[in-house]
Design a protein around this ligand. Structure first.
Ligand code: ZN
Length: 139
């Protein structure tokens, strides 16, 4: 049951959308440990990727499951204001797809990490290995 008002939910969402979220910090710390060098929030790239690894021609998006409409428990729909949230989330998904398409067209390797995938270190590490140039993409 979604017990938040629209205003409260908006406040939660604006936190979710902001930079340096907890899932993002987890990804950054693992990347760092794996020896990757990266830059943050390059606003000149489509979709403003959270993490950019110029040396590998790769970008990483860390997506909140609710906000970006992941098909998982955390991404499930709220039980109130359904129309309102569905509109917002659909808009975000469209924007995400467009950004990823543009980045790939420009030759970037794009890795999307979902918030729920940051819970299990092994899963996250396996995913982040795809950043490496010779990695096999299985998405
Ligand atoms: Zn998820």
């Amino acid at each position: 049951m979604d017990t938040l008002t629209v205003e409260q939910r908006s406040a939660v969402m604006s936190r979710v959308r902001s930079k340096n979220t907890r899932p993002e910090l987890i990804v950054r710390s693992i990347l760092h440990r794996m020896g990757f060098r990266f830059r943050l929030h390059r606003s000149d790239l489509p979709g403003r990727p959270d993490i950019v690894l110029p040396r590998h021609g790769a970008v990483v998006f860390v997506h909140g499951c609710f906000w970006h409409g992941h098909h998982c428990k955390r991404g499930s729909e709220p039980s109130s204001n359904i129309e309102f949230w569905r509109d917002k989330i659909d808009g975000n998904r469209r924007r995400d797809r467009r950004s990823i398409r543009r980045l790939r067209r420009d030759g970037w390797r794009v890795v999307v990490v979902w918030e729920c995938q940051t819970k299990v270190k092994q899963v996250l590490e396996r995913k982040l290995r795809r950043i490496e140039r010779d990695a096999v993409s299985r998405d």
